[in-house]
Design a protein around this ligand. Structure first.
Ligand code: GCB
Length: 570
């Protein structure tokens, strides 16, 4: 799935801005035909969650309606036109000029519709968004402790149009998709490129690779819908976390001496593989230092805010992090582009958190997870920064989950053979899916939810558990979450739970344990920043305070300690 581009052959307009909005409190909209346009609206900012934009209805999860009018841009008459949503949480139905365009389920992945035959000069776009929680959604409704809204996961179920809505035009005959897989032979960088095109058999694909004094040009005749081609770069500059070298690859499609289409993308030449108990980037072991994070900010909720993305990267660089996991759903496409540019290593996770495997929902869970895997890999496959796919966070694993995850594992490997796969787990040695996962990720809170206040005992438990897990599987282990709730400005000596001292000491000691195990290949602190959750007795003010930074991105004491540890030790 290619992100829309602007050049001589492709254009897009961004529909972000103020839209009309209406809560559908009694779910009357469909009966009353709001899909053809509705009145009594109020303005709303798009993209952003609706929950914190108004003085009322914060916890109303839908349905709610959006509409916007736009004119067809000049010069788009003989083009294919698509409407593309970066993310809408959770279910969306879309109408253009009163006609149904499509339905999409799942909150954090891009989807698009071909609207070429539907678009007129003056258009009305209407979107119904339903973020209500249900047991057969992924992620699901549920609760272990009482909470409101009732999420089976620990973040606020923000709703709305969360990422940009783009209207874009491409040539009728042109490029549909590009897949680039890179490999390395000594100093040679090899790009295996697949170009999927529409109705251009016999045309020429003209490939140009530029960067670092390299200019490679090669032409291929397109003989099939998916045309394979190879480029080889001598003395290539490889992509890695310290040198995020990116080449620019441009594919021009030429027929009868006329250029029909053109698309450019960044390519990082790198390999990633698991060997024994190590994770190798370009053949060399890497150690991950970083965070779990959330797309979360006051007022905008889970909405796309470019400045927050920049700030988070800048804080991660300041503190010495080299990686993060997209907890617990795929992040925006812009976040992924910047990871390529800035040299961050990303564990890319589908939005499968809190899976229950209950008999009445397991089929739906499998179907939705499979859909998310297809959508995620289609979206993120060309990012050198993506070093691993994560199929779930803390599934409530049971006897049924092994077969469930084997299917997802095989599906993922079938689409992308090049990247290791993990599941982020809380069951430890009892997790059967660890038998086939390439890397084992565990989230641990000894010294917090269990053994409260006892950091020494907690580290002992962590150490013993890691050894047991390694003895059983002989695979690399990442400590993918560890942390403590910490009220900024709350201090104690000796350290005590909820104080800044406790968080700092806990993180430092946990890291010591990780560093003492040769098979541990990464430490991801939970969380980069404080973030919004449902209300409940474990979340004061509906906030999870495990951030090393506050929700408005100010450092707690632990941030300074981490910076010392991460900047000094590699
Ligand atoms: C976890 C979850 C994460 C929670 C965290 C916590 O294991 O993966 O979503 O926020 O614990 O703070 O309890």
């Amino acid at each position: 799935m290619l992100y829309p581009q602007r050049n001589q052959y492709r254009q897009f307009i961004d529909l972000s801005g103020f839209w009309d909005f209406r809560f559908d409190i009694n779910n009357d909209g469909l009966k009353e035909n709001w899909q053809s346009g509705f009145d009594k609206s109020q303005p709303i900012a798009v993209p952003a969650s609706w929950n914190d934009q108004f003085a009322a209805n914060r916890d109303f999860l839908g349905p709610a309606w959006y509409q916007i009018r736009f004119e067809k841009p000049w010069g788009w008459d003989n083009k294919k036109i698509f409407l593309r949503f970066g993310s809408v949480n959770y279910i969306s139905d879309v109408w253009l000029n009163g006609e149904l365009v499509g339905h999409h389920e799942g909150g954090h992945l891009a989807f698009e519709y071909d609207v070429s035959g539907m678009i007129i000069n003056e258009n009305l776009l209407v979107v119904r968004v339903d973020g209500r929680l249900e047991k057969d959604h992924v992620p699901p409704k549920g609760r272990t402790l009482e909470n409101y809204p009732e999420t089976n996961y620990d973040f606020y179920p923000f709703c709305g149009i969360h990422r940009p809505v783009l209207l874009y035009a491409v040539p009728n005959e042109g490029i549909k998709d590009i897949t680039v897989i890179t490999s390395i032979k000594k100093t040679l960088g090899i790009l295996d490129i697949n170009i999927e095109s529409s109705r251009i058999i016999g045309a020429i694909a003209h490939c140009t690779l530029k960067g670092f004094e390299t200019l490679l040009i090669k032409e291929y005749k397109i003989e099939q819908e998916v045309q394979e081609m190879t480029l080889e770069v001598n003395n290539a500059r490889f992509w890695d976390k310290n040198n995020p070298n990116l080449y620019s690859l441009t594919i021009d499609i030429i027929k009868n001496d006329a250029t029909l289409d053109s698309y450019s993308l960044n390519v990082g030449i790198r390999t990633i593989e698991v060997k024994g108990d190590k994770l190798l980037l370009n053949g060399k072991p890497i150690y991950l230092k970083g965070f779990g994070r959330h797309e979360d900010f006051p007022i905008t909720g889970r909405g796309y805010v470019p400045a927050v993305i920049i700030k988070d990267y800048s804080l991660m660089e300041w503190i010495g992090a080299n990686s993060f996991r997209t907890t617990h759903y795929p992040y925006s496409e812009q976040m992924m582009d910047l990871a390529d540019q800035l040299g961050f290593l990303v564990i890319d996770e589908i939005p499968a958190v809190g899976l229950t495997f209950n008999r009445d929902v397991i089929e739906r869970e499998l179907k939705l997870c499979s859909q998310y895997i297809h959508e995620l890999i289609a979206r993120d496959k060309n990012h050198p920064s993506v070093i691993m796919w994560s199929l779930a966070n803390e599934p409530h694993s049971s006897v049924k989950s092994k077969e469930f995850f084997k299917k997802l594992y095989d599906l993922t490997k079938g689409i992308d053979k090049t990247r290791p796969i993990t599941i982020v787990n809380m069951m430890g040695v009892r997790e059967k899916a660890f038998e086939f996962c390439d890397v084992l990720c565990i989230n641990r809170y000894y010294g917090w939810y269990v053994q409260p206040g006892k950091i020494e005992d907690a580290c002992q438990s962590l150490s013993e558990e890691m050894d047991k897990l390694y003895e059983r599987h002989h695979k690399p282990i990442i400590l993918s979450e560890f942390g403590t709730g910490t009220i900024p400005g709350w201090h104690s000596q000796p350290s005590e739970m909820f104080s800044e001292e406790y968080q700092a000491e806990f993180i430092e000691k946990y890291i010591e344990v990780c560093r003492s195990k040769p098979y541990v290949i990464g430490e991801h602190v939970w969380n980069l920043c404080d973030f919004k959750t449902s209300q409940g007795i474990t979340r004061m003010g509906g906030i999870n305070y495990k951030g090393v930074f506050t929700r408005d991105r100010r450092p707690k004491m632990a941030a300074h300690i981490l910076r010392k540890l991460w900047k000094e030790k590699t």
